[in-house]
Design a protein around this ligand. Sequence first.
Ligand code: CMP
Length: 137
Amino acid sequence: MQKTLSIIKPDGVSKKLIGEVICVFESAGFRIAAMKMKWLNRAEAEGFYYVHRERPFFPELVDFMTSGPVVLMVLEGDDVIKRNREIMGATDPAEAKAGTIRARWAGSKQNNIVHGSDSEESAKFEISHFFSGIEIF
Ligand code: CMP
């Protein structure tokens, strides 16, 4: 079984979409193997998005990700990394397919409700950034 890291971002939490997003994941057959709510500090957000550190949007992205609490989850399932990205939709909600999380609820490229790991390598890094082994069931 494959695992991926999912984040309900501060906009998803403030729009009261935690339940809706979890419902989408569980309806897709994903198992929630770990979950916690956390208000990220700058070091945690910068470390998480390290690969984007040279991008012009990086400072605003860190501001946004530290603007309120997030919900961190480890999702498990067959091919869950790819399937979760399909369910989330494109980064830019204007390009996201109808019915995806971002098409339904995202406000902008940055404020796009959810994050999902994009490869096995990033899933491994991202899960270990937020969860220890004994927190994953
Ligand atoms: P995420 O899937 O978490 O991965 C990187 C994040 O950077 C992305 O979602 C968006 O929140 C943000 N992002 C990506 N591209 C842009 C952009 N062009 N402008 C602003 N934010 C962006």
